[in-house]
Design a protein around this ligand. Sequence first.
Ligand SMILES: CCCCCCC[C@@H](O)CC(=O)SCCNC(=O)CCNC(=O)[C@H](O)C(C)(C)COP(=O)(O)OP(=O)(O)OC[C@H]1O[C@@H](n2cnc3c(N)ncnc32)[C@H](O)[C@@H]1OP(=O)(O)O
Length: 596
Amino acid sequence: MTSAAKLRFDGRVAVVTGAGAGLGREYALLLASRGAKVVVNDLGGSHVGEGASQRAADVVVEEIRKSGGEAVADYNSVIDGAKVIDTAIKAFGRVDILINNAGILRDRSIVKTSDQDWDLVNAVHLKGSFKCTQAAFPHMKAQNFGRIIMTSSNSGIYGNFGQANYSAAKMGLVGLANTVAIEGQKNNIHCNVIIPTAASRMTEGILPDILFNELKPSLIAPVVVYLCHESCEDNGSYIESAAGWATKVHTVRGKGSVVRPSLEDPVTLEYVQSAWSKVTDMSEAKHLNAIAEASGSLLEVLENLKSGDKDAVEDSFTFGNRELILYALGIGASTKNGNDMRFLYENDVDFSPIPSFFVLPGLMVTMSSPLVSNALPNSGADLSNILHGEQYLEIVDDLPTSGKLLTKGKVFDVMDKGSGAVVVTSCESFDENGRLLVKNQSAIFVVGAGNFGGKKVPIAGVVPLAAAPSRAPDSSIQYKTNEDQAALYRLSGDLNPLHIDPNFARLSGFKTPILHGLCSLGYSVRAVLSKYANNNSALFKAVKVRFSGPVLPGQTLKIDMWKEGARIHFRTLIVETGKEVISGAYVDLKDSKAKL
Ligand SMILES: CCCCCCC[C@@H](O)CC(=O)SCCNC(=O)CCNC(=O)[C@H](O)C(C)(C)COP(=O)(O)OP(=O)(O)OC[C@H]1O[C@@H](n2cnc3c(N)ncnc32)[C@H](O)[C@@H]1OP(=O)(O)O
């Protein structure tokens, strides 16, 4: 990565503040060595802002002149920015580059920070940079060229104990740069931020020796001086640099969440609490380039609230081999069964997802949002009173073995069943190309939340159960679940403590933890697939079940099946007790000529 021509600054005039030592001195020397005429500004005070001496600036000017460069000294405080810039105009007739570098430290913990400590640090860093920039700006505008650097710090970006005044000033400089960059854009005036970590009189005693020795200002200077070159197109960038390394730094914003159900609703504390994990989720954080993008996305939020889908939520779901295999293990697939290898080994030629895996995106959206509790007028729903009542899953398009799905979910129906309320949610999951892959419809039985005067019967569109034929089952398969089945299954995403924590299970009215309904569903789908589809996932179209009774981990499931054309009716019983736990259920298979 070497460039043929040396980058030059001939004809350019640069003002470097605080150039008597450290970083500023390195900038001044490098600029001068590449042909720039340099104003070496330094008040010559101590690093805590005491005293003044012309020596610091003079020494650097002398150094530049000895090497054949052109430089003048300026001893003004940066707070008198007009005077600093005037030095450049008087000596060289123009100003092209301004590196706001001067700074002091007055470290104190917040309680001990005096007004004077606060004012002085902010005055030198923030006001000084403002005053110098303000004075240089009209000259740059007139010549249609300018390069301005603001010096920030990780102390501002991340905070640092004992540096409240300095942190505030350093973050203030980021804000100042943001606006100067916008105001200068049309006149080719670029303003960028450097976030240096350098060994200097300000960092001595703060950084460990081994690091301090490696943080030479000379290793940062080329990065900053490059930002000042006419060929550098960055404007409004924050560049962090240290020890011969540099990176761009971004602010990012999460995807966020609405914190009220609709435009007509107020924001309540409880709603905020229920949405908090989404508010603080940074997994889909993005950098925004302009304030217009920030306000534009707010308008979109308002439009969505206005468009009426007040209970609509969405979430992303990422999966790959690991998730598919973990799920298969969670519903009892085993390497002992050769035909299960396609679900357990990513290098198997027929590696494929067990289709019931795709209940998970819908489950995750439903459980991670306040959809269900917001659907109920009085009593809310929480993990202690919800049971999975029914599930419908339909595969719409070919299933991938990895990807990121966007799932949109909403409340579809609410019923008052007396002993409880039933909330039906419907979710659609799309791949990254916007292709609809699966539909889920779930009925959640909220124990004790009935009797609110609601209707009892479902609206059209709630997928009905289907009674099994009255003859004896055509076939049956038994699977013994493991004592730790729920402990394994929960790793696929449903972390409801009802399935693992004995105390929580008692709170929910069960003697011991019960198995996830979707785990029993997975076992049942495996039975149908193995008996009627040779474990070929591509033949699976849809499944509908009602969870009519709880299953305990360790119990044996018996799946009775009846084949009626492409529909396989089934029920699932517990062998040890004879109780039916899945009722009115069926799997619809695709025509057997479906592509494999
Ligand atoms: C995607 C989102 C997923 C959300 C997942 C939730 C998180 C998960 O971690 C939770 C779980 O996995 S829980 C485990 C799986 N589920 C179960 O074990 C529940 C088993 N079912 C029961 O115990 C009872 O059916 C019971 C208790 C549900 C109902 O029994 P009863 O109170 O005795 O009701 P009953 O008198 O039989 O019937 C009253 C009316 O309610 C309807 N109904 C009954 N069972 C239903 C069920 N499972 N789903 C939906 N509706 C149901 C009946 O039809 C009846 O209505 P109507 O009077 O109109 O005929």
